[in-house]
Design a protein around this ligand. Structure first.
Ligand code: GRF
Length: 192
C-alpha cells in the first residue's frame, strides 16, 4: 500500500509515522503547500520524495489539485493521510480518493471544528477535549469518525501545555490507526 502524507507545517505527526515500524516503508510521497515548512527537512532526512507547490502559482484550486493527483498517480498512491495540511481537499482529489483520505484533528469532533481547535476548547472552559481521526469529505472536519481519544484539561493548562499533551496522544493514536487501516485489521469501535 503506497501512502502520501499531506502537511503544511511542523510535521511532528509525519515524524511519528516515519518512526513507526511497519508503517514508514509505505510512505512514498509528502505533499506540501509551503516551501518553508519545517516538515520538508524531515522528509529529506527520511528520503521521502516531496511535491511542494505554491497555490498562488495556479489560477484555480482545481489546477493545483490536478497536479497533485498527477503526482499521486505517478507514485501509485492508494491512501492519503492529512497531518496538519491547512487546506480543504477539493472535488478534484475527492473524486479519485474519497474513502481513502484521512485527517487528524485536535478536538473531540464534532466539537471545535476548523482552525484553532485547542484554543477553542480552552476558551470554552470545557474540562475534556481530545483527538479525532476521521475520513475526509467536502466539509470542514465533518467526515465519518474512525477513532477518538480524550485529553483532560487541567485548571492550570496553558495553550502550550495542552497542545503538548494532545500531540503526545496524536503521535501514538495516528500511526496505530494508519497501520490498522493499511493492514485491513481495523475493528470499528476499537478506538471509540
Ligand atoms: C496536529 O495537531 C493535527 O491535529 C492538526 O494539525 C497539527 C499538525 O501538527 N490537524 P504537526 O505538523 O504534525 O506537528
Amino acid at each position: 500500500m503506497n501512502v502520501a502524507v499531506f502537511a503544511s507545517g511542523t510535521g511532528s505527526n509525519f515524524q511519528a509515522f516515519m518512526e513507526t515500524k511497519g508503517l514508514h516503508h509505505h510512505i512514498v510521497l509528502l505533499v506540501c503547500d509551503n516551501r518553508h515548512a519545517p516538515v520538508l527537512p524531515k522528509a529529506l532526512f527520511h528520503n521521502v520524495p516531496t511535491f511542494v507547490f505554491e497555490p498562488t502559482n495556479y489560477t484555480t484550486k482545481e489546477a493545483y489539485e490536478r497536479e497533485i493527483v498527477k503526482q499521486l498517480m505517478a507514485f501509485d498512491v492508494e491512501w492519503i493521510f492529512l497531518a496538519g495540511y491547512m487546506r480543504l481537499i477539493g472535488p478534484t482529489i475527492l473524486w479519485v480518493y474519497e474513502g481513502r483520505i484521512v485527517n487528524i484533528h485536535p478536538s473531540l469532533l464534532p466539537q471545535f471544528k476548523g482552525r484553532g481547535a485547542i484554543k477553542q476548547a480552552l476558551d470554552a472552559h470545557v474540562n475534556v477535549t481530545g483527538v479525532t481521526i476521521h475520513y475526509v469529505d467536502e466539509g470542514i472536519d465533518t467526515g465519518p469518525i474512525i477513532a477518538q481519544e480524550r485529553v483532560y484539561i487541567r485548571p492550570d493548562d496553558t495553550f502550550a501545555s495542552l497542545k503538548r499533551r494532545i500531540q503526545m496522544v496524536e503521535h501514538k493514536l495516528y500511526p496505530r490507526v494508519v497501520y490498522e487501516l493499511l493492514n485491513d485489521s481495523f475493528v470499528k469501535g476499537d478506538f471509540l
